[in-house]
Design a protein around this ligand. Structure first.
Ligand code: PEP
Ligand code: MN
Length: 459
């Protein structure tokens, strides 16, 4: 063995040992698998499968996020709270991609800045739960933890954690990502298709407004073509995927050593985030993601202190690498104006420059008297406004939004210009987890954020 190769092998061995260190730490929100042999089998199967994303793409996203952190781009991250295996159909994936492309156009036009498109897709299958069990009447069963762990049906068989779902999660992610790549690289995302993305949705005030914008963009594009501009760059669009890095029996086998650099990459997704319930500084999730090269996010709720944020920065981004770390704040509309400015100021004073993104959904959950878990569109908008205000106050960049949405005409969030009320929630409530903005509410939100960006340009 040459010295070079020997050195490389030793380094690899130590990187691999580091990746497994999380096993020594407390890992919250993991399922109890009843059959450990079957887990080992599934993990071995995952290890033998090809990567879903490549190191070069992941590095490119890190650069895009660095631009957003510097106020030169804006991040749009969105998708289901919980993807399901049954929901990975061509139509549903296409409608979600179209919705995100439409929102991105609205935002690009409003902000006059590139918009980084990041789906909460192709792997968003594992969910943290507030209780490990669920009781209905006099029956108590394990809580539903997402399709990659167990089934939603309330029966003992379905709720049993089943490791073969890890492998199915991988394959469903692969087929979802394949379709996303086909849509965004195969001509469908061409800016000259800006009208086509609006087709197939039931006509409503938001997509009528979109149609007018598309007409304007179309005219501008035709004008530029007539002037001889080269539009080959518009044919495809960069589109990345992300999910919560929660289920370590999935994330670890999908993490591989890049042969070019010897670094570890989680190859299940371009971007991964740590949820509000698993972000303990000494916990397994933070340690595990501290060792991969992917850009990573951490959710910060209203109890997060400046000290928490600074410790997370030291652990996850010791080199202060641009684009490496995103803080996704989810404070709630009634708290954001009190808590966010102090947090931004504390981090700014430390000299760190993470990307700051708002998740205006998770701090605004309510349950209606008729039993629906929902959110008010107005509360979501109010938190968004509070996010922009806080950044203006402190002089930091409000770098993007993280929303739960679907392209379908569901009735899960209250309000919006369709005025969905408590009775209407029952007509089409399909989410197995948190309520999502429907197609129209998503577009409306994009228009309002675009106006905010237009009214207060960064420079
Ligand atoms: C989520 O994004 O679906 C989620 C559970 O968020 P949080 O960790 O912020 O509660
Ligand atoms: Mn959610």
């Amino acid at each position: 063995m040459t010295l070079d190769v020997q050195h490389r092998t030793q380094t690899e061995a130590s990187v691999l040992a580091g990746l497994d260190y999380y096993r020594e730490l407390e890992a919250k929100q993991q399922p109890e698998w009843p059959d450990p042999d079957a887990v080992r089998e599934a993990v071995t199967e995952l290890q033998s499968q090809p990567p879903l994303v490549f190191a070069g793409e992941v590095d490119q996203l890190r650069e895009r996020l660095a631009q957003a952190a510097r106020g030169e781009a804006f991040l749009l991250q969105g998708g289901d709270c919980a993807e399901t295996f049954a929901g990975a159909t061509a139509d549903q994936i296409k409608d979600r991609v179209k919705t995100l492309l439409q929102m991105a156009v609205v935002l690009t036009y409003g902000a006059s800045m590139p918009v980084v498109k990041l789906g909460r897709m192709a792997g968003q299958f594992a969910k943290p739960r507030s209780s490990t069990t669920e009781t209905r009447g006099d029956v108590t069963l394990p809580a539903y933890r997402g399709d990659i762990v167990n089934g939603y049906d309330f029966t003992p068989e379905s709720r049993r954690a089943d490791p073969s779902r890890l492998v199915r999660g991988y394959h469903t992610s692969a087929s979802t990502l394949n379709l996303i790549r086909a849509f965004t690289q195969g001509g469908f995302a061409d800016l000259r298709q800006v009208h086509a993305w609006n087709k197939g949705f039931v006509s409503n005030p938001a997509n009528q407004r979109y149609e007018a914008l598309a007409e304007e963009i179309d005219r501008a594009v035709r004008f530029m073509i007539a002037c001889g501009a080269d539009f080959s760059a518009l044919k495809t669009t960069e589109f990345y995927v992300s999910h919560e890095s929660l289920l370590l029996d999935y994330e670890r086998p999908m993490t591989r050593i890049d042969s070019r650099t010897g670094n570890a990459y989680n190859t299940s997704s371009h971007f991964l985030w740590i949820g509000e319930r698993t972000r303990e500084i000494d916990g397994a999730h933070v340690d595990f993601l501290s060792r991969v090269r992917n850009p990573i996010g951490v959710k910060l709720g209203p109890t997060a202190t400046t000290d928490d944020a600074l410790r997370l920065i030291d652990k996850l981004d010791p080199e202060r690498e641009p684009g490496r770390l995103t803080f996704i704040t989810r404070m709630g509309a009634s708290k954001i104006r009190d808590v966010l400015p102090g947090l931004l100021q504390g981090v700014k004073d430390s000299g760190a420059t993470p990307l700051w993104v708002t998740d205006p959904m998770h701090g605004n959950g309510i349950t209606t008297p008729n039993g629906y878990k929902t959110r008010r569109f107005d509360d979501v908008m109010n938190e968004l406004k509070g996010f922009f205000e806080a950044h203006r106050e402190v002089g930091t960049y409000p770098g993007g939004i993280h929303v739960e949405l679907t392209g379908d005409d569901v009735t899960e969030c209250l309000g919006g210009s369709e005025n969905i009320d408590e009775e209407t929630l029952a007509t089409r409530y399909e989410s197995l987890c948190d309520p999502r903005l429907n197609h129209m509410q998503s577009l409306e939100l994009a228009f309002q954020v675009a106006e905010e960006l237009k009214a207060h340009p960064y420079r």
